[in-house]
Each structure stands twice: as C-alpha cells, then as structure tokens.
Design a binder for this molecule. Structure first.
Ligand SMILES: [Zn+2]
Length: 289
C-alpha cells in the first residue's frame, strides 16, 4: 500500500514539524507490534462472517426524509453493497441485567476484531454465518404474475420453525408445513396447493413466522483511525496497520430494520480492490452470495 506523505508545511511553505525523533530514539533496542501475528490470531480464532459496506442513500433531501418507496434503501436510508466473506473475532455480547419494561430496546452489543484491510466503517453490516438467531415477525403476502403468494422476511432464513396464516380474529391460525414453503434468499413462497383463507383488498393474506437465521450486527463504533503503527524492519521503520476493534449492535434493535428486505432492493455493489482472492481473510470473492 502506498501511503501519501502528509503535508507538513503551512501556506507559506514553512516546515510545521521541525522536531522529528532523533535516529537514536527510533533505532533498536525496541519492542514493536507485529501486524502478521495479530492478523494470524484473527484468522485462527475468528469465525466466518459476511461483510457488507454501508452507503447512505441519497433518496432524502433537505426537505424530505428517506422515501419509504425507495428501491435502493427500502426506506431505511442505508444501502448495503459488496457482500464478501471474511473472518473476524466476535466476542462478549453484553446483556442488560437491570429490570426494564419489556421492549426490543434490550439490546446486545458485540466486540469485533477485524483485519485493517477490511476497512470497516460506521453502519457496515456483519453476518455471523455459522451461528443461529431466532426471529419472529409478521409476513405480508402478495400475489405475483403466476398467482403465487410471496412475501419478504427481514433476514434470510436457514430454517422455518412455524408459519401460521391468519384466517379471522375468531379462528385459530392455519399452520403451513415447511414442505409447502419455498425459500429464496429472504423471499418465501407458498406452494399453490396450500389452502388459503378468504382474501380481498380489506383482508390481505398475512402470516406469523418464527425462523432461524444467521445473526446480523451493525457497526456503530470503531478505532480504525488509530491503528497505524511503526515496526523496525532491520534498516528502518515500516508503517503497518493493526486490526480494527469495533463495536456492533444486534440488528433486531435497529429502528425500521424490518424494512430491509433483500431481494426487492437494487444491488448497488461496485468493483473495489478489497476483493482479493489471495488474501487469507477473503477465501472467496462472491458479491452475489
Ligand atoms: Zn433510499
């Protein structure tokens, strides 16, 4: 990586940094951080994650907030692009022990250690692929051109525990077998053979669903601005970037998260140099994943 030299003169050309450490001060003996050792630890102790970069959606102006109809952000104001695999250390989810009125605001926060090359930033989305979270929500079904009833979930389900269709306020929910539900990413479809209740404009088809998905976290704090560090290389100093420490919040607790419906939004992914197949942290470059 080529690091541009910072500008050390003022507008008159005067040197603003006349005092630099003397060579006696920076030559050995010294103990340095070893970036390779940190990165190796992250690779060995980390877990598989999918990382997506966050972009702010330009569908808002000075006069109006983000559009609920926007096909880029789904009304949340955030666009997620360039999904890729990596390996991070995720640890110590916090729990609140004090008594509170029950609400979604009882949240979880994880500490994340990520290689500096991942360029983590505010609101980036991290999915812990091999872990499980359980979520329940209401699905609003619509009918596609072929007459199939479909709906979108907040997360991509790994497994559906229960799906029950609403009939009327007086009737018991109508359970649908998992073999009659087709899952494509976060879209679910009901098989044409499922017996449906009466549906019209005033009685749309809705269901309650409880399902298992990979837990999702959103970065809200990080220290990537202070991870630059020098290491003695035998002849001089080498600039190195140590792993980034970040705090991320569980997605259930982010406002309007149910609006994030993958599959109905545009994919704004772009070509970026961070997709390097030879990097140990990126075993596959798979923006389609
Ligand atoms: Zn938008």
């Amino acid at each position: 990586m080529t690091i541009p030299k910072p500008n050390t003169t003022n507008i008159q050309g005067d040197n603003l940094l006349p005092q630099t450490p003397s060579s006696q001060m920076i030559t050995p003996p010294r103990v340095d951080f070893d970036k390779n050792r940190f990165d190796t630890l992250v690779a060995q102790k980390g877990v598989d994650v999918a990382v997506e970069k966050a972009l702010q959606c330009p569908c808002k102006t000075q006069k109006i907030n983000n559009l609920s109809t926007c096909k880029n952000c789904g009304g949340t104001g955030w666009i997620y692009v360039n999904r890729r695999l990596s390996r991070f250390v995720l640890q110590s989810m916090d729990f609140q022990n004090k008594e509170e009125v029950w609400s979604r605001l009882v949240h979880g926060v994880v500490k994340i250690t990520a290689p500096a090359e991942e360029k983590l930033s505010f609101m980036d989305r991290i999915t812990r692929l091999n872990s499980n979270s359980i979520f329940s929500q209401v699905v609003q079904f619509e009918q596609d051109r072929n007459g199939i009833y479909y709906g979108f979930l907040s997360y991509e389900p790994k497994d559906i525990e229960y799906l029950g269709l609403f009939i009327t306020a007086d009737d018991k929910l109508q359970q649908v077998n998992s073999s009659d539900i087709k899952i494509t990413n976060s879209r679910i479809e009901l098989a044409p053979t499922v017996e449906l209740p009466y549906i019209d404009d005033n009685n749309p088809l809705t269901a309650t669903i409880r399902y298992v998905h990979a837990p999702v976290f959103y970065v809200f704090e990080h220290n990537r601005e202070v991870v630059d560090n020098y290491r003695w290389n035998g002849k001089g100093e080498t600039l190195q970037y140590l792993p980034t420490l970040a705090l991320a919040r569980r997605a259930h607790d982010v406002d309007d998260m149910t609006n994030l419906k993958q599959g109905r939004l545009h994919d704004n992914s772009y070509d970026d140099s961070s997709c390097v197949p030879t990097n140990i942290f990126k075993p596959a470059c798979n923006p389609q994943m």
